[in-house]
Design a protein around this ligand. Structure first.
Ligand SMILES: [Zn+2]
Length: 369
């Protein structure tokens, strides 16, 4: 009994789309009929392999006198029938083609899974970022190499220069540098201190140690210790990487991508300069900067009383209006913060501080127009 199997035959004597064909085994000879075409091919000359997407079909091909022929077995049942009468070498080839097909299929499935993961990954990262923006920003900030942070500072400074005139010589610039140097002795950052020729009572710190104090702030300070209080607070934002974290948070996923591509400096700096002067830190970050600033003042031998005194004065002057100073950005909490600062100062071991040896009158007058 010879099993017949049907398939589609392609070859030189057939239409381009092939023809329905019927095949059977006659000993070691494969016989295929398609319409008027009748072919015979010895089993030893057959080539059998998987075909089609996922190799779900079997292709039986051979070389005939008038060219190459191929019989496609589309259905599993046809393959079974073909196999049933096939001589041993053909059956072996067929089994091998089937295995190859299954392997391909497995690889493809894995491929789709990976592709799906790649497509999903940005969304997963975005979800993680939205849920855990602070945690992720901190995680990224901790992985920013110091040289990238310094570069962010340089780029930010370059952009700040295009937006405001920086006073780099004279008593005010020198006063800021002198006090700043005392507050940052031994820091891993190379600080640069600038006075912006602007009337607002403001100050900000860029990552990597760029600190800018507005002329308006220096004019509003009654003593150099009050300026020192602001500088200590801004220094703390740099040391605790608050500005960097804030910028990363603002950038969202772009920061992760930029970090992965090793180009965080350019990406962050572009956005940072734009909103640095208005950057709002969390209440926790401000409280943290107060603590760290206070410790820096004491360690530098500078009276910490100027810190709460200046902020208190500002809070009153602002009278509830939007605060211009980063230190007051958590405005409703500022009274509480001043209280906390005063309590902590009172808890310090009794100690007298040398007043800062600066001609404060001359510093302020140098900024009066
Ligand atoms: Zn602050």
């Amino acid at each position: 009994m010879t099993a017949h199997f049907s398939g589609r035959l392609f070859g030189p004597a057939l239409p381009g789309t092939g023809m329905a064909a019927s095949g059977r085994w006659e000993g070691d000879m494969l016989r295929v009929a398609a319409g008027a075409v009748e072919l015979a091919a010895p089993a030893a000359e057959l080539r059998i392999d998987g075909a089609g997407f996922n190799a779900e079909r079997v292709r039986v091909s051979w070389q005939s006198a008038d060219g190459a022929y191929a019989l496609f077995l589309e259905q599993p049942s046809e393959r079974v029938a073909f196999n049933a009468g096939a001589p041993a070498p053909v059956a072996l080839q067929l089994a091998a083609a089937g295995r190859k097909g299954r392997c391909t299929e497995a690889r493809l499935r894995l491929g789709w899974a990976l592709l799906g993961l790649f497509l999903l990954l940005p969304f997963l990262a975005l979800a993680a970022f939205l849920w855990q923006a602070d945690t992720v920003a901190t995680w990224v900030a901790e992985r920013v190499p110091p040289e990238q942070e310094a570069r962010i500072g340089e780029l930010t400074l370059a952009q700040v220069r295009t937006r405001m005139h920086l006073i780099e010589t004279g008593p005010a610039a020198e006063a800021v540098r002198t006090v700043g140097a005392r507050l940052t002795a031994g820091s891993r950052y190379r600080y640069r201190w600038y006075v912006a020729d602007r009337p607002e009572v403001n100050a900000f710190a860029a990552p990597g140690g760029v600190v800018v104090v507005f002329a308006g702030l220096i004019r509003a300070a009654d003593t150099p210790e009050e300026l020192a209080g602001v500088l200590a607070h801004e220094t703390a934002h740099v040391e605790l990487r608050h500005s960097l974290k804030g910028a990363i948070k603002g950038l969202g996923l772009r920061a992760l991508l930029a970090l992965a591509l090793g180009d965080l400096a350019n990406t962050v700096a572009g956005d940072l300069a734009a909103d640095l002067t208005e950057m709002k830190f969390s209440r926790d970050a401000e409280a943290e900067a107060d603590q760290e600033g206070l410790q820096r003042l004491v360690a530098a031998g500078i009276s910490p009383h100027g810190m709460p005194a200046f902020f208190d004065k500002l809070a009153k002057a602002e009278g509830g209006a939007a605060p211009a100073l980063s230190i007051l950005s958590t405005h409703p909490a500022s009274a509480e913060r001043m209280e906390t600062l005063r309590r902590e100062i009172a808890a310090l071991p009794a100690r007298s501080f040398e007043p800062l040896a600066l001609d404060w009158v001359a510093v302020r007058e140098s900024l009066v127009k």
